[in-house]
Every structure is written in C-alpha cells, then in structure tokens.
Design a protein around this ligand. Structure first.
Ligand SMILES: Cc1ncc(COP(=O)(O)O)c(C=O)c1O
Length: 297
C-alpha cells in the first residue's frame, strides 16, 4: 500500500494529506532529516537525532525525538525494506497548523510529523570510479545554514543550475569561499591533507562529513577544517562531496576543468574504502568490492 507515517499513523501515501494552513506549507517553518539504513540498520541515527534536536531547539518547536527510532524501524518494515542493502527514511517536522500569522501560534500548535521510507539504489563502484563533475554556483542562502530547515529554495535553484550545466553537483560559493554542495558537504585534497569548511553557521554539519573526518583520522590521513578560497581549489589534487545519499562522491571535473589529474585520486579511494569498512562494521553490510582492486591495487 506504499505506507507513510503521518502524525502517529501509518497510512497509504495516497491518503496522506496536510491542511493548507500547515506552517511548513505557508512559511517553510520546519525541519527535516534523512537517515540512511544499510541492510535495515541505521548509520549514525544518534547523530541525526542530535542534529534534529538542536534544530528543534533553535526553532523553538517543542517535540520529543525519543519515539523516532521505533517509527523509522516500523516504517522500514511496513515498506518491506528491513533487509534492503540501502534505504533511507525522510522525516519532516513542522510547527503545525494555525491561521497564518508570522509569529508563533499562541497557544503552540501540535507539530506535524511526516515520514516515508525509500530504497536507495547505489550506483556500482565502476560508475564511481569514472568520477563526476560539478559547477560552482553562488550561495544565496540565509545565515543559519547549520539548521536543516525545509526552506530549500536556494539549494533547489543551485541544483537546477548544475543540472542545466550537465553537472552532478553544485558547489556553493560565498565571499570567495567554497562552502558546500546544494545537498552535500565538500572536501578538497591539497598535498596529503584533506580539507573541508569548518562546522559553522555557513554549512550544514553533515553526519557523513563527520564520519568521513573520523575515517580520515583513523587511517592517518591529515585533515584540516578550514575555509577554502575558491581560487585555491584550482590547486586541489582531489575534490569530493559527502552526504547521506551522496556517500563519498569523487569530482574529477570542476567548471569544465580537470581536478588534479582528472581521475579519482588515492585519498578519495582510501576514504571510500574506510567508509565501506565502517558500514560493514556498524551495519553488517558488505558493499561493493574494494575500489582499490578495480584501480589495479
Ligand atoms: C546543504 C547540505 N549540506 C550537507 C548535507 C549532508 O548532510 P548529511 O551527511 O547529514 O546527509 C546535506 C544533506 O542534506 C545538505 O542539505
């Protein structure tokens, strides 16, 4: 029946309706989370819930996240995805339904909670090894990019710009700095150091970003969390994007120019391998073959 979760119930998607006065619809007054599941097991659910809790606090939406892991689990089961290699749960919480007025409703409305699960088809490692392309676009977002709000129009426009340019990813640039992708974080390799913008109000603190930093440190890859001027990116030997559905995606061409030697580099490969090992360890799922085997060792 293609079930979704809405306000305490599992119902067919075709029956899921939101009142027109929902503040998510009227004001984009809400948050979302996307949690990955490998073999039906969540990867870093705690991190996703922590980020959501922080966002709810910042938006002053009173909502208890404690029942969410069980809701995620039940949704996956009802969708028949409990053993699927990779799936994800999209969750959205808005401030709720109230007559339109900018200030918060008083008394507070009951938050609207919506979730659906979806199988995620990972392209094979062969596709990954060819690398992807990206274009730079201006970052037109507000000053609280650290909150995962449903107010995504600047990111929608950025991603559409990339699509029209025939690119996979949009690299958002503000004040000459390469901040992050339209729906992912960005890393660049200079020498043997892998750099990414520090967690600040200018980027979303990606859970995958955190995992990749952890993998890098565990494998002895030097990391720097620092601002990356766009001009400096021309000297990067490797660039890759990270995110829940992006995983670690190598960029071999930026704005039509090759990145480094124009192929997936050794640091990216090392981190991809570390990421696969982490998923095997934490979720018990063996993903694609070792990319280094395809790379000739
Ligand atoms: C702007 C932005 N940056 C980074 C990310 C990556 O975050 P995560 O790794 O938690 O999926 C996302 C994910 O949606 C995003 O929208």
């Amino acid at each position: 029946m293609d079930p979704v979760y809405l306000n305490g119930e599992f119902i067919p998607r075709s029956e899921a309706m939101i009142p027109v006065e929902d503040r998510g619809f009227l004001f984009a007054d809400g948050l979302y989370e996307v949690t990955p599941f490998y073999g039906g097991r969540p990867l870093r659910m705690d991190g996703h819930l922590r980020r959501l809790t922080r966002g709810l606090g910042a938006l002053r939406i009173d909502f208890d996240v404690e029942p969410l892991p069980a809701i995620h689990r039940e949704l996956l089961e009802r969708c028949g995805l409990q053993d699927h290699t990779m799936s994800m749960v999209y969750l959205q919480i808005t401030r709720g339904v109230a007559p339109r007025s900018h200030a918060f409703p008083d008394p507070p409305a009951t938050p609207t909670v919506f979730a659906y699960a979806k199988a995620f088809e990972r392209p094979g490692v062969e596709r990954w090894m060819r690398g992807f392309n990206a274009v730079t676009v201006p970052d037109r977002r507000w000053t609280r990019c650290d909150l995962k709000t449903i107010q995504l129009l600047p990111s929608v426009l950025a991603q559409e710009e990339a699509r029209q340019a025939g690119a996979t990813d949009a690299l958002m640039v503000r004040d000459g700095l390469a901040l992050e992708g339209a729906h992912n974080n960005v890393f660049a390799v200079f020498g043997d150091v892998v750099a990414t913008h520090p967690a600040s109000n200018q980027i979303l603190p990606g859970i995958t970003r955190e995992v990749v930093l952890e993998v890098a440190r565990a494998r002895g890859v030097p990391v720097e969390e620092r601002a990356i001027p766009i001009a400096e990116l021309a000297c990067a030997s490797e660039i890759f994007f990270t995110g829940t559905t992006t995983e670690i995606r190598p960029t071999v061409e930026l704005d039509g120019q090759p990145v480094g030697e124009g192929r997936v580099g050794p640091v990216t490969l090392e981190l991809m391998q570390g990421f696969r090992e982490l998923i095997a360890r934490e979720c018990g799922v063996a993903l694609d073959p070792d990319a280094s085997e395809l790379d000739g060792g």
